[in-house]
Design a protein around this ligand. Structure first.
Ligand code: SAH
Ligand code: SF4
Ligand code: F3S
Length: 438
């Protein structure tokens, strides 16, 4: 019988994709995936962007204590962003001495070797963390789990140091993959039948700056979208300060590139944006949105928003609400500011009390949801093309997304997963659409 593995993933798309790489390593070692309690290896791929992400991971690792006692041969591995935090491996050792292997974001390709060492009888916890990012490792074969969508890394790390954010500390400095490696990967994904390619980076707009061969994200997107075949191209995340006219022109040039831009604004207040070190003003952000709409009147935007940043006044918060209304985001991720040790904002005065943060997040969520609902209702009676990606057992319906990322459900006799389907929308409920195939 084959040995089994389970991967528990927290955090962003970067981590979701890195879990696919971890799965690739484990499958190559002969393990097969399980979601049950019969795993021989469990890997936690952690996130530390907000305190609650860490608490979830701690809770789930702690819950394995009993199982590990009953089955000492079970291998528990903990990796990801949290393990790159100063002092975290030591804390993990104290709290959960039964963990077998600790690794970081800069050395997940080492996992095979670490498992081999640990399996050869080593008793003590094995900790391998690289403090600095090394060269980009190519040639990994991810075991993809999201057909017909595929994630493709274009750059790693972040140099922006937004004052609230821990990512630059745990993911290191910006490094770009060579364009040839990216294009090669996309070509083979398209040949394998993937229909949606999402280019990934903490700030895709700084892609190429470290390569000295003149490559930029607009040039790369142009080349990716020029690959033959019917597929969609998305990219995330764009930092507004680097969101350029050249990039918008490339989006406009190619049918394949979705007219949806994830452009996290974080706040609508200039004072807060400055304190966050975002390096754009409200006015500059709105000007970028206007520029996008000049080229692509039907383009939509999504965003990330933070409330309760240190020093955020009621007036600052109102500025965020008014900006959200003015842009009319198709949807947005909304977060309560979470203090991260080692970041500048953690040391700032005027931390906002929890009750104020709670009230503000509820108000913001209500506004974002109402905008999303209004946009959904506009779909009624229209036809949209969706890429079918899954089957919802509970609803007994297939589902997929349109170019704007809006989810559409429908019934079908055959299995349309992986194909483009045109739906006539008959019902809009909150963020979801329902329709019939035409
Ligand atoms: N590189 C991307 C995303 C980084 S993390 C970007 O710059 O847009 C995703 C989102 O988490 C951020 O956009 C931000 O809204 C949120 N975030 C980051 N640090 C946070 C913190 N300390 N508290 C609350 N939200 C945070
Ligand atoms: Fe964090 Fe800012 Fe970098 Fe995004 S751009 S990862 S929010 S530091
Ligand atoms: Fe992503 Fe969380 Fe790391 S958001 S980059 S997994 S800290």
């Amino acid at each position: 019988m084959k040995k089994k593995y389970q991967i528990v993933t927290y955090g962003c798309q970067m981590n979701v994709h890195e879990s696919e790489k971890i799965a690739g390593i484990l499958e190559e070692m002969g393990y097969e995936r399980t979601e049950g309690e019969d795993a021989d290896v469990i890997v936690f791929n952690t996130c530390c962007i907000r305190e609650n992400a860490e608490n979830h991971a701690f809770g789930n690792i702690g819950a394995l204590k009993k199982r590990k006692k009953e089955r000492p041969e079970l291998l528990i591995c903990v990796g990801g962003c949290m393990m790159q935090e100063k002092g975290m491996p030591e804390e993990l050792k104290r709290k959960f001495p039964f963990v077998d292997i600790v690794f970081g974001t800069h050395n997940l390709w080492e996992l095979r070797r670490l498992i081999e060492i640990k399996s050869s009888g080593r008793k003590k916890m094995l900790v391998s963390i690289h403090d600095k990012e090394g060269e980009i490792v190519e040639g990994e074969r991810p075991c993809r789990t999201s057909y017909p969508n595929a994630w493709v890394n274009i750059n790693y790390g972040c140099n922006n140091f937004c004052t609230y954010c821990i990512v630059p500390y745990v993911r290191g400095r910006e490094r770009s993959r060579k364009p040839e490696a990216i294009l090669e990967e996309v070509r083979s994904l398209v040949a394998e039948g993937y229909k949606e390619i999402t280019l990934l980076g903490q700030n895709v707009n700084s892609y190429g700056k470290d390569l000295e061969n003149g490559i930029t994200v607009p040039k790369l997107l142009d080349q990716v979208a020029s690959i033959e075949g019917k597929f969609r191209v998305r990219f995330m995340t764009s930092h507004p300060k680097d969101f350029s006219e050249e990039l918008v022109k490339v989006i406009a040039k190619h049918e394949k590139i979705c007219n949806l831009v994830h452009l996290p604004v974080q706040s609508g207040s200039n004072a807060v944006l400055k304190a966050m070190n975002r390096r754009y003003t409200r006015e500059e952000y709105l000007e970028k949105v206007a520029m996008l709409k000049r080229y692509l009147p039907d383009a939509e935007l999504t965003s990330d928003l933070i409330v309760g940043f240190p020093g955020e006044t009621e007036a600052d918060f109102e500025d965020t609400l008014s900006l959200v209304k003015e842009v009319g985001f198709a949807s947005a991720f909304t977060f309560v500011y979470s203090k991260r040790k080692g970041t500048k904002a953690a040391e700032m005065e005027n931390q906002i009390p929890e009750d104020v943060q709670k009230r503000r997040i509820m108000e913001l969520v209500a506004l974002v949801n109402s905008l999303t609902r209004v946009k959904s209702e506009r779909y009624l009676g229209k036809t949209v093309e969706i890429l079918c990606e899954d089957y919802d057992e509970k609803k007994g319906m297939f589902l997929g997304r349109d170019v704007y990322g809006r989810m559409g459900y429908f019934k079908s006799e055959k299995n349309p997963i992986g194909s483009f389907v045109t739906l006539k929308i008959t019902e809009a409920s909150g963020i979801s659409l329902y329709g019939e195939e035409v």
